[in-house]
Ligand binder design. Structure first.
Ligand code: ATP
Length: 229
């Protein structure tokens, strides 16, 4: 359902940008949906499904928005927090944003970076996680690093690398990585999320990481770390 183009017959305005309506679709039926739009909407709206949300116990609704508009989960939660008499209980979004870090530690003889394998994917990459309401990108990175590894890190200025990909072919994921210095290599992983961790030099990191965007970020981090030392 996510990313599907749909038409909506509008029947009400709920807040500045939020409307309710019925799907205008033979195949999907006349489902109730919410429409989010920055510009005013009249009787009909054409857009794409940016989220599938459940309100209350089992009132599942599609959230439809303009094809070019990007709404991440915190944006949608804020929009729906103004609704009276209904509570958003769960949401799956087309656009996801996460932040994390290439964490480095200067040991006595060399510099190492931290790779983690998470329980779902089982591939080596960097700690990261979803942005939450009210957080800056750096705050998300610091919180996620702390949660997943227990490390308190210092984010270095001038390094902000983007990785974009489509998990499961449909989700449009945007990840921001910072360069983060750790002052201990004593990691305690969050077992619910992380399966394994390893401190490696940059050469080993290039061998273990499989995604091209991660390899590009390792190369950028190598240059940045050399300038810091
Ligand atoms: P988060 O840490 O942000 O909560 P997550 O643990 O749900 O995210 P994702 O990064 O969204 O994991 O990974 C979901 C899927 O996307 C993975 O199973 C993998 O197939 C794919 N994937 C992960 N990283 C990359 C990448 N750098 N490039 C391309 N595809 C990736």
């Amino acid at each position: 359902m996510l990313a599907q183009k749909v038409g909506v017959n509008i029947f009400g305005k709920l807040s500045k940008n939020l409307y309710s309506g019925y799907l205008n679709s033979d195949s999907l039926g006349a489902k109730k949906v919410y429409v989010l739009s920055e510009s005013p909407v009249n009787e009909f709206f054409r857009g794409i499904v940016v989220a599938v949300a459940t309100f209350g116990e089992d009132d599942e609704r599609l959230i439809v928005a303009d094809e070019n508009a990007v709404y991440y989960e915190p944006d949608l939660r804020i929009e729906f927090s103004y609704l009276k008499n209904t509570t958003l209980t769960s949401i799956r979004c087309l656009y996801e944003k996460s932040c994390g870090g290439v964490i480095f530690y200067n040991g006595k003889s060399n510099t190492r970076i931290l790779l983690v394998k998470n329980n779902n994917g089982r591939y080596w990459s960097f700690p990261k996680g979803h942005i939450e309401i009210g957080e800056t990108e750096k705050e998300t990175a610091i919180r996620e690093i702390k949660e997943e590894t227990s490390l308190d890190v210092e984010i270095k200025d001038g390094f902000r690398e983007i990785s974009e990909y489509s998990p499961f072919g449909k989700i449009r994921k945007h990840v921001v990585f910072f360069l983060a210095q750790a002052f201990t290599n004593n990691v305690k992983i969050q077992a619910e999320e992380i399966a394994e961790y390893i401190w490696v030099d940059l050469q080993q990191a290039r061998k273990l990481c499989t995604y091209n965007n991660d390899l590009r970020i390792i190369n950028k981090a190598e240059t940045a770390i050399k300038l810091i030392k």
